[in-house]
Design a protein around this ligand. Structure first.
Ligand code: VTB
Ligand code: MG
Ligand code: MG
Length: 332
């Protein structure tokens, strides 16, 4: 093995290990609202909980993907400074709950999620709400191409993973806009995992071994696409995307803002820097992680904690003593 040069060898702080407390707090708050049929109520408590923990993290962060503009959201709004102001200057993307409806109905794969990257390195998602996405794991990362028909990408993934096409499972958001895509995939013989929400978790499963998903295709939220790009940098997977305006007005606004709507946005376009952090904590149990579970006076959480520069992927299972947490309020 080549010896690392001293500068590369010098270990530094892995922010993700601090950031996980933020998504744990979001998930634990949201966990109380699982199945209560109130997605906005769940979202509100998750935002509050994350907001109260985020300033413990040693970073000089600005929220670039958050809960909307200042006048609409009181906390974690785009442009808000977060962190204790001492650490690296960074862009912060938060989705306190990806899958508010999943949470409200107690369906699988709701997560509390956060991504951090050096300042100015995250793509500005504000022009267009949706993007077409292709997400695949490391085996096929440099072989897939969103411009090809779904059938060809499925064949590419199958070959790269040493599978038959019939063994491949494609994750797709269950929406009428995907009817033709679903038909096209089924004609290949591949299987489909339809999800009602949550294409961050869906995209990550496409890049994890033994997750039961090999590829994600279809149109989902642009903010979720950028958060997914950070995860792909950590996992060695790929996201390719194309902005998909919903109407002529949005199309025109995007063009006026300088976006090239034909451009294929790659993982590197969505997050240009190399030292990025991704953390997510399960709210409801899913393919990636178990959700929040409660015992007598305790809550247990599971999280995935990743850094792109080192490529380390940790899963962290935490047991929280609720009485002690209450006594020391924001300390865990
Ligand atoms: C997408 C997807 C998200 O909501 O934004 C979706 O990326 C909304 O799609 O993961 P519709 O407008 O078609 O409902 C999620 O599923 C959850 O935020
Ligand atoms: Mg959300
Ligand atoms: Mg979301």
């Amino acid at each position: 093995m080549d010896r690392l040069k001293p500068a590369e060898a010098a270990p530094d702080r892995n922010l993700a290990l601090d950031l996980v407390r933020v998504t744990e707090a979001g998930a634990m708050a949201a966990g109380r609202w699982v199945g209560r049929g109130d997605k906005n109520g769940a979202d509100g408590v998750a935002v509050n909980a994350m907001r109260s923990m985020i300033n413990t993290v040693a970073m000089d962060g600005v929220v670039v993907i958050g809960e909307g503009e200042k006048d609409e959201a009181p906390m974690l709004y785009n442009g808000e400074h977060v962190g204790d102001g001492t650490g690296p200057e960074c862009d912060v993307a938060v989705d306190p709950i990806d899958g508010t409806t999943l949470t409200a109905k107690s369906l699988p794969n709701a997560i509390s999620v956060m991504a951090v990257a050096p300042r100015g390195s995250m793509y500005d998602p504000s022009a267009v709400f949706y993007m077409e996405k292709l997400i695949a794991g490391p085996e096929a990362a440099d072989k897939v191409d969103i411009r090809l028909p779904a059938a060809e990408n499925i064949a590419i993934v199958a070959k790269a993973k040493g599978l038959d096409v019939e063994d491949v499972t494609v994750c797709v958001l269950d929406r009428p806009r995907h009817d033709a895509l679903v038909q096209e995939i089924r004609q290949t013989g591949a299987r489909i995992k339809l999800i009602t929400d949550g294409d961050i978790a869906g995209g990550i499963t496409a890049a994890r071994p033994d997750s039961g998903v090999d590829l994600l295709l279809g149109i989902g939220g642009t903010p979720e696409g950028i958060i997914t790009a950070v995860a792909m940098k950590c996992l060695g997977g790929v996201i390719q995307a194309r902005l998909t305006p919903i109407d002529d007005d949005e199309r025109q606004r995007a063009i006026d803002a300088g976006h090239d709507l034909d451009r294929i946005l790659t993982t590197e376009d969505l997050v240009t820097a190399d030292d990025c952090f991704f953390v997510a904590t399960g709210i409801t149990t899913g393919n990636l992680m178990r959700g929040v579970r409660y015992g007598a006076g305790s809550a247990t959480t599971e999280s995935i904690v990743m850094r792109s520069r080192s490529g380390t992927i940790r899963t962290i299972r935490s047991e929280h003593r609720l009485e002690k947490l209450r006594a020391y309020s924001s300390v865990d």
